[in-house]
Design a protein around this ligand. Sequence first.
Ligand code: R5P
Length: 293
Amino acid sequence: MKIVGGPSSVELARRVSDALDAPIISVRSKRFPDGEFYFKFEEKVAGEDLLVVQSLYPPQDEHLVELFIILHTCRDMKAERIRAFIPYLAYSRQDMRYLDGECLSSAVISEILEHLGVDSLYTVDVHNENVLKNYKVPAYNLTASSDLARYFLRKGLNEPFVIAPDDEEIAIKRAELAAQAIGADYDYFVKKRDRYTGEIRTFSKEMDVQGRDVIIIDDIISTGKTAANAASILKQMGARRVFVGVSHALMMGDAAKLLKDAGVEEIVGTDSVMNEFAKVSVAPVLAKAIKER
Ligand code: R5P
């Protein structure tokens, strides 16, 4: 197997290469003055088993076009097998038509990836696992929850408690896995989102967090409102310290300030999104999954 590092995930591709002991293919890419993307393999890939690494965090449309061009080139240059590692699978919110006339964004992505010859897909903590049902090729959802939780062990946690900031089954499962990884208790909040305004409300509930260190585990931080709501409630209930462990720290606008103001001590993301919060790598979970299959 050889690794192809897309522009959004150059560092992650190196980590994947180390974790799998598989070489990185030499490539060249650039942007033309008008913004269009150019890509070239600097070595032959005909007959090769390729793993393309490209996360789709914002600007997701640019990262998507880069991915499409890379995959097309892999297929066009006659690679034998093309696997895609897309830790942040953008457009995974719209798995179905929630309102009449809406687009099915996740189906657009799956149809294009399959058309471009992807043999299998690996992603991390996808927002909605239903989107993976769109794929006719194998599509695997991995989780960074346990590794995120383990990061916080270095903080000398006091009676650690893990919380899911909403009551989706998948969110509770992530919290459970994180709690198991560090021997903590866990629970969840109920959150309601208005489909038209996007406004969210988080409901307080009885929970034994007084004097304890709490880790909020979530898949995505976008505006930060979900985690900030949870953090504020936890602080009001007497939590000692509140941390956030998130698979995809998109951190749009003033999300970081919102979380800090809500009492969050540290935000820890993964290298699914290459920014200052990327403190945990998703390379090990991918390597394990690839070796198991
Ligand atoms: C919600 O269902 C997700 O799991 C995240 O909690 C949500 O996407 C975070 O968004 P925001 O940071 O904008 O509240």
